[in-house]
Every structure is written in C-alpha cells, then in structure tokens.
Design a protein around this ligand. Structure first.
Ligand SMILES: *Cc1c(COP(=O)(O)O)cnc(C)c1O
Length: 360
C-alpha cells in the first residue's frame, strides 16, 4: 500500500521529499558511515546540523539577534511549567483561555503563582476567539499567555491581544511556520514540532534574551531553566538529535518552497477549498465562527453522530486517514498542515461531495 492522505492533528504529515532524503541518509549520513541517530551530539557533523537548523529557522522567521532559539525536549506541555518558572517575577500572569491547551497551560501556571484568566471562549465550546482589544490585565502581570492556533477547536488569533505592554507568550505548536510572523511582537514563541515541523520529541522556543534570567527560584530544575539551555546552545545534555535533524530538513524544504509567504499562500488556498465547500454544503457544517477560522485545523460535523462515524469509516477506506474529531468534540477534523498537498484537500472535498449525494 502506498501513502495515504494523512489528516492527523499530530504527529502529522511531513513532506515526502524530506522523508525520502532521510531514508537515503539513514545508514550513512554524508559519508560519516553512520546514521544521525548513531553519532555524538558533540561531533562535527551534528554541530553543523544544529547550527544550520538554527540559521535556517532564523532566516525563515526573520528572528532578530536579541532572541535565542532553543531546541528542547518534553513537548509543549513541559513548557506549560517552564514558562511560569522562568517568567514569573511578580508571581502573576494573565491567561486567555481559548481551548484545552491554553487551559492546561493556565492550570499548570497556577502551581507556581497566580494565573489569572482574563478572557475565555469556554461558553461556546471554544468555537471563537474572544475580543482581546481591551482586557483587564493585572498591572503586575509578568506576561500574557495565548495559544495562537487552537488545534482541537480550529480557531486562530488573527489579531494578537492588546497586552497593555506586557510580554506576550504564545504556544504556536499547530501554526508554526505556516505563515510569516513578526517575532518582535512576542516575548516567547514556542511549540512542539510534531504538528507542522518535524517528529515528536522536539520543542522549539524562541525567547527574547532579557527574559532568559538567572534570578529565578533555585528550586527550578536545571533542565527547565532556560538560561541553562541558552548558555549551552541547546546542548547542555544530549538533545533530541534525530528530531532536530529532520526539523532542519523541513526548514530547508520550506525555504525551497519559497519561505513563509509561499507557505501562507499554499495554506490559504487549501483552507479555502475546504471552507468554501463547507459553507455551501447541505450536509457538512464547519463548527467555528468564520472570522476566527484556522488555516491548519478544520473541524466539521454532519449533526448526526452515526453519520459522522459512517463518514470517518468510509473516508478511511478511501485513503483519507485520521479525520475523526478530537475525543472531546466529536465529529470530524481535517488537519491540513504545510506538508498536506493541495490534491489531498481537493480529493477530500470530492469525496465529501460524493458522500453528501449518497446520504442526502
Ligand atoms: C499538541 C499540542 C500541545 C501538546 O503538545 P505535546 O508536545 O504533546 O506536549 C500543546 N499545545 C498545542 C497548541 C498543541 O497543538
């Protein structure tokens, strides 16, 4: 069997070209006679891999010199703890709750200080982004936290919140490198890479230098202290070497595709095909307020649970994998990250049309 169209929310589809290249280099990476999995993280070959990866992501995202790029482990979820540990000076932070991931980060922060929920869209099952233009942000908050793209619910902040001068911390796990970004608007941008960039096991954190501090509680584990990682160029201990290598290849692929402007155009085109279909369909319906729709995660329902199940099963049989919605939401969700080709979305819509005709 060949490759399927994989609409998984994460770990998710990666560029086929990258996978092929990695396969070719599996046994002998560029004449070293070994796999990247087998080489020392202190070797010359790996040093070049991680330095090139950093240089390429800096170029893609236009990251200013006063931001560090850290390649870490522990998933995005570990940063839910690292963020308050490293950033809470006054012991207070403002959280905007737009879904499960934001809520988890908020709950984790409560262990270390006072996390204040300044806005939430829980009242309508997180199907929209609340108005964040004039929030009641505590005077002494150390930062304002958002989850920029809500993987489960399919919403996206198209406008960043007015943080009233506080540093913005954003979880971009599911929209990483999907469009151009102005890094200077953030104190910290971070995300697990397994949604849009690479294999699970790597988290990339882009942190403004003045937020990488030494004067944090001595009880913060060495590994969770950003300064440890920054001072050692992400090589304090053995990093997730193979994952970083694949991320580096994905960065090169994005560069070859034309960078983040081109990614955005490609993603808009794909999302439009699917949303246009949903907007005129008599059977399928998008679940998110139009103005807040994500380009990456597209949840939809028929309104009939049995029919949803039938759709997911028939889609799977036809080669469209992982369309089942998140267990807390039900229905369907198509994640159409950077590496999902346009044909994948076109063929999915064709299939949905056919299903609609057959089940009218
Ligand atoms: C998947 C996801 C997470 C959790 O990532 P882990 O790497 O599994 O900890 C956090 N935030 C967002 C937005 C996600 O999509």
């Amino acid at each position: 069997m060949g490759r399927v169209y994989n609409f998984s929310a994460g770990p998710a589809v990666l560029p086929e070209e990258v996978l092929k290249e990695a396969a070719e280099e599996m046994l002998d990476y560029q004449g070293t006679g070994m796999s990247v999995m087998e080489m020392s993280h202190r070797s010359k070959a790996f040093d070049k891999i991680i330095k090139d990866a950093e240089a390429d992501i800096r170029e893609l995202m236009n990251i200013p010199d006063n931001y560090k790029v850290l390649f870490l482990q522990g998933g995005a979820s570990q940063q839910f703890a690292a963020i308050p540990m490293n950033l809470m000076k006054n012991g207070k932070a403002a959280y905007i709750i737009t879904g499960q991931w934001a809520k988890k980060a908020y709950q984790e922060a409560q262990k270390y200080g006072e996390a204040v929920a300044v806005a939430s869209s829980a009242d309508k099952t997180f199907s929209y982004i609340p108005d964040c233009s004039d929030l009641d942000i505590p005077e002494d908050a150390d930062y304002v936290y958002i989850c920029e793209n809500n993987t489960i619910y399919g919403t996206k902040f198209w406008q960043l919140p007015n943080t009233k001068g506080k540093d913005l911390v954003a979880d971009v796990s599911s929209c990483f490198l999907s469009e151009p970004v102005d890094v200077t608007k953030y104190g910290v941008i971070y995300g697990g890479v397994q949604k849009n960039v690479g294999p699970a096991g790597v988290v990339i954190a882009i942190i403004r230098e003045d937020l990488i501090r030494d004067d944090i509680p001595a009880t913060v584990p060495t590994m969770l202290k950003w300064k440890t990682q920054a001072d050692n160029d992400s090589l304090y201990n053995t990093p997730p070497c193979y994952g970083i290598y694949i991320c580096g290849k994905v960065f090169k692929w994005i560069k070859k595709m034309g960078g983040l402007e081109a990614m955005k155009a490609h993603n808009e085109k794909k999302a439009k095909i699917l949303y246009d279909f949903l907007d005129q369909s008599k059977l399928f319906k998008g679940t998110v307020e139009k103005k807040d729709r994500s380009l990456m995660n597209v949840p939809f329902v028929t309104g009939d649970e049995e029919l949803d199940k039938k759709f997911v099963a028939e889609a799977k049989a036809a080669g469209f994998e992982n369309l089942k919605g998140h267990r807390t939401v039900g229905g369907m969700r198509a994640s159409i990250y950077n590496a999902m080709p346009i044909e994948g979305v076109e063929k999915l819509v064709e299939f949905m049309k056919k299903f609609e005709a057959e089940n009218a």
